[in-house]
Design a protein around this ligand. Structure first.
Ligand code: COA
Length: 263
C-alpha cells in the first residue's frame, strides 16, 4: 500500500491501521511543501495521535509518489522579513520537536523528495525507510538561507560534522542508496513500497512492550543530548523503572513459560 490519493483536501491526513497511526502530508501539487497551515495541521494531528492509547507507532509520509516533503513553502517564505522568519523557524522547530519527543516511535516513509524542511522532518523521526526514488537534501544555501527547522543540528548529530557540512554547504541531494550508506536511512525499498515497509516495521515494534519501547526511545534521544555519563545514568534509571511495570513481568514470565508475550 502506498500513499492514498483520496481527493481529501485536508493538508494533513490521519489514518489508523490497527495500532499504527499514519500521518500523510497532503499537498501533492506543491510536492507537500510545508506552509503554516500544513504545520498547524501536523501539530494538531501529532497531539491527537500521541494521546491515542490504541496507537503504538506513528508513520509520517507524503501524498503522491513524487515527494515526501519538498521543503518549507518557498512562496510563503519569499514574503517574510527577519522577524517573521524567526517566528516561522520557532514554529517549525516546535512541531518537529513534537515529532522527536512523541512518546511513541515515529517512522518516516520517504517516497521521493525529502528536501529542506522535508529532510528535517525525516530527521526528527526515529526511523527512516526510503523508496528507491527518495532524495534527501538541504538545498537552503542555494536560496540564500540556511536550514531553520533543525537541519544543521539533527543532521550533524545523526551523521557527524563532516557529512552534515558536505550536504548543507553544497546543498547537494543524496539518493536512497547513498543515504543508506551514510546511515541516514535504515532501509531502501522499491518505489511505491516505503509505506508498506514502514507498516511492517511498525508491526514488529507493536508486538513489543509499548512501555519499554517508549523508555528505550527516551533513553536514546535524551541520552544523546548530554554527556555519556549522564546518558548512562538516565539509562539505568529507566532500566530500573521497567522493573516496576507490568510489561516486565509479562515479558519475562512469557519467556520462562516458552510462549509469546502479550502486551
Ligand atoms: N515550496 C513551494 N512550492 C514548491 C516547493 C517548495 N519548497 N517545492 C516544489 N514546489 C512547487 C513548485 O513550485 C511547483 O508548483 P507550480 O506547479 O505551481 O509551479 C510544484 O511544486 C511542482 O514542482 P516542480 O518544481 O514543477 O517539480 P520538478 O519535478 O520540476 O522539481 C523539485 C522538483 C523538488 C526538484 C523542485 O520542486 C524544487 O527544487 N523544489 C524546491 C526544493 C527546495 O529548495 N526546498 C527547500 C526549501 S527551504
Amino acid at each position: 500500500m502506498e500513499n492514498r490519493e483520496t481527493g481529501d483536501m485536508s493538508p494533513v491526513l490521519f489514518g489508523i491501521e490497527g495500532n499504527v497511526g499514519v500521518i500523510t502530508v497532503n499537498r501533492p501539487r506543491q510536492l507537500n511543501a510545508l506552509n503554516r497551515e500544513v504545520l498547524e495541521n501536523l501539530r494538531a494531528v501529532l497531539e491527537e495521535a500521541s494521546s491515542n492509547d490504541v496507537l503504538r507507532v506513528l508513520i509520517i509520509t507524503g501524498a503522491g509518489s513524487k515527494a515526501f516533503v519538498a521543503g518549507a513553502d518557498i512562496v510563503e517564505m519569499a514574503g517574510m522579513d527577519a522577524g517573521e522568519a524567526k517566528a516561522f523557524a520557532e514554529f517549525g522547530q516546535s512541531v518537529f520537536d513534537a515529532v522527536e519527543n512523541c512518546p511513541k516511535p515515529v517512522i518516516a516513509a520517504v517516497n521521493g523528495y525529502a528536501l529542506g524542511g522535508g529532510c528535517e522532518l525525516a530527521l526528527a523521526c526515529d526511523i527512516r525507510i526510503a523508496a528507491e526514488n527518495a532524495r534527501f537534501g538541504q538545498p537552503e544555501v542555494g536560496l540564500g538561507i540556511i536550514p531553520g527547522f533543525g537541519g544543521t543540528q539533527r543532521l550533524a548529530r545523526l551523521l557527524g560534522k563532516a557529512a552534515a557540512m558536505d550536504m548543507i554547504l553544497t546543498g547537494r541531494a543524496v539518493g536512497a542508496e547513498e543515504a543508506l550508506r551514510m546511515g541516514l536511512v535504515s532501509k531502501v525499498v522499491p518505489e511505491g513500497q516505503a509505506l508498506s515497509e514502514a507498516l511492517a516495521v511498525a508491526s514488529e515494534i507493536s508486538k513489543k512492550s509499548p512501555y519499554a519501547v517508549g523508555q528505550a526511545k527516551k533513553a536514546i534521544s535524551e541520552g544523546l543530548l548530554g554527556a555519556l555519563k549522564d546518558g548512562l545514568r538516565l539509562e539505568r534509571e529507566l532500566f530500573a523503572g521497567c522493573f516496576s511495570h507490568p510489561d516486565r513481568e509479562e515479558g519475562m514470565r512469557a519467556f520462562l513459560e516458552k510462549r509469546k508475550a502479550e502486551f
